[in-house]
Ligand binder design. Structure first.
Ligand code: ADP
Length: 540
């Protein structure tokens, strides 16, 4: 204990015992870390699968979002515990790399930690557990590779891509429209994909949301959508073969600056000034029209007088377009941004087949369709409320990510926990060959893998143990690694729970599933190897 004084000379006491609390060591550290991480995974467990429940998150300033997406839930939680933060990062890395499976990865990590805790209680050293898990993970990943099937993504009008997108969407808000939404996701990705090089340029896909209408009204626009309207209601609403002049400089009659003094002493002088301003702007309009432009997009605004003059001169315009949008328009239409008015010229114009203004609810938006320079697409997500639109956007993004993944690597495994069960069986078999303490850890890994189908069944309201045992027995009896827990979706009739997921059509990408196991095993290993937690600045 020591006494110190603050800057006003007031004494206060520092207790050494509190400093000691900033440090946890040994088994206690491992246990408390496991507890923190498991509290995160148990939170997501009920969200897993097509019947998983949603979470409502309220931010400190009252914004509400409702979501089922693991990464989004964790991102919005305010978490202080350093190990719990590792779980958040885990789902984020799955999201960055793969874009889907963010709930599954955290649930798997949680189950692995639960198993590890039991092994610790038996007195097995954390490092031995970590080693066993590592071996088991590589067996599981290999098994996934061997049960995966290669899909012909071109066949049957891209049916494999659609089914995979549908599987992702079946646990999301778009569930009831999943056929249409999966079609939208697949078409969007295919338009910007290079199938030869197995490459998808995601930058050219935008997902925009607009409140109003219903989720069914979601559409795919070949081009870009801007939340702006043509500046004057009497200007044409559709411009064919648009040649677009993109300006980031002012486009209006010159305004006398307040620092200059202008004496207008007679009506004639006023008239002269007025005419001068008008002719100046008319010249500007003429300069733009001379380049062949039939639409002006400005970063800045112009007043009603200029607007009126533009209408008189038959030059439709859009004002107050944000910088990011301006750049995007320039990129897809092949136009060059004009920062100084003197530089307008024909070769700087962007081109698009049509530009049209459409009414959406009470507002209007501008669609720039079929830009000539690059193919770009926008998915315009609609929905009754802001929350629905946001969740719809997230779900579509996930669906597009899995379609992209399947284009990159066209191997699939089947969902509904079937892949996990097949891996669990393989890992169990492998455990028999392992001598030494590691064997327990390998076996525990297999148990943890089974926890995913258990959670799926539990969330669907089935009896988890019975269902998983039945599915596992059927896998062995029929020597079929595709038997999983069939969770009936809206359009698939329920005919028994242990079903062949290949027949039901629940596809997941191989790389997504492999990544889940790899990342979860890595994080668990990392957590198990921490035996000392020192809060910096608090411990000396
Ligand atoms: P994640 O965020 O991890 O993708 P989801 O909540 O989307 O989590 O759930 C995905 C899980 O749901 C996967 O394991 C997938 O196999 C399973 N799943 C999806 N559709 C079905 C279905 N019709 N029957 C059984 N399981 C399904």
């Amino acid at each position: 204990m020591s006494m110190v004084y603050d800057e006003y000379g007031r004494p206060f006491i520092i207790l050494k015992e509190q400093q000691a609390k900033a440090r946890v060591k040994g088994d206690e550290a491992v246990r408390s870390n496991i507890l923190a991480a498991r509290s995160i995974s148990s939170l997501l467990r009920t969200s897993l699968g097509p019947k998983g429940l949603d979470k409502m998150l309220v931010s400190p300033d009252g914004d509400v979002s409702i979501t089922n997406d693991g990464a989004t839930i964790l991102e919005q939680l305010q978490i202080d515990h350093p190990v719990a933060k590792l779980m958040v990062e885990l789902s984020q890395s799955q999201d960055d790399e793969i874009g889907d499976g963010t709930t599954g990865v955290v649930v798997l990590a949680g189950s692995l930690l639960e198993q590890a805790e039991n092994l610790l209680k038996k007195g097995i050293h954390p490092v031995r557990i970590a080693e066993g898990f590592e071996k088991a993970a590589s067996v599981a990943i290999q098994t996934l590779g061997s049960i995966a099937e290669t899909m012909d993504i071109q066949a049957n009008d891209h049916q494999a891509l659609k089914t995979t997108a549908q599987t992702t969407l079946s646990s999301k808000i778009l569930q009831s429209h999943k056929n249409k939404m999966a079609d939208i996701a697949v078409s969007a990705v295919l338009r910007v994909a290079d199938l030869e090089r197995k490459d998808v340029n995601f930058e050219r896909i935008r997902v925009e949301g607009k409140t109003g209408g219903s989720l069914e009204d979601t559409e795919l626009v070949s081009g870009i959508v801007i939340d702006k309207e043509i500046s004057h209601p009497q200007m044409p609403k559709v411009i064919q073969d648009a040649k677009i002049c993109i300006l980031t400089c002012p486009f209006e009659p010159p305004k006398p600056k307040t620092k200059h003094k202008l004496d207008i002493t007679s009506p004639e002088a006023y008239e002269e000034l007025y005419n001068h301003e008008q002719s100046y702007f008319r010249n500007m309009v003429k300069a733009v029209k001379d380049t062949g432009a039939n639409l002006v997009i400005c970063q800045w605004g112009f007043d009603d007088e200029a607007n009126h003059l533009l209408l008189q001169n038959d030059l439709p315009a859009v004002r107050w377009v944000g910088g990011v949008e301006i750049e995007h328009i320039a990129m897809v239409t092949g136009g060059r941004i004009v920062p100084r008015f003197e530089q307008v010229s024909a070769e700087k114009l962007g081109t698009a087949k049509t530009v049209r203004e459409v009414q959406m609810g009470n507002e209007r938006m501008l669609l720039i369709e079929h830009p000539m320079h690059t193919s770009a697409v926008t998915v315009l997500c609609r929905g009754g409320s802001h929350m629905v639109v946001e969740e719809g956007k997230r779900s579509l993004h996930d669906a597009m990510c899995v379609v992209r993944n399947l284009i990159r690597d066209n191997r699939v495994v089947y969902g509904g926990g079937s892949a996990e069960l097949a891996c669990a069986l393989a890992v169990e078999q492998y455990a028999d060959t392992v001598t030494g303490v590691d064997q327990y850890a390998v076996r525990a890994f297999a148990d943890a893998l089974e926890d995913l189908p258990l959670a799926l069944a539990e969330n669907a309201g089935y009896r988890p143990i019975e269902e998983v045992a039945a599915a596992k027995a059927k896998q062995v009896a029929e020597n079929n690694p595709y038997i999983g827990i069939g969770v009936s979706s809206v359009d698939a009739p329920r005919n028994g729970h242990a079903m062949d997921m290949r027949e039901v059509g629940v596809f997941e990408t191989l790389i997504g599933k492999q990544q889940q196991i790899q990342l979860a095993a890595q994080v668990v290993k990392m957590i198990l190897k921490i035996d000392d937690v020192i809060a910096q600045g608090q411990y000396q």
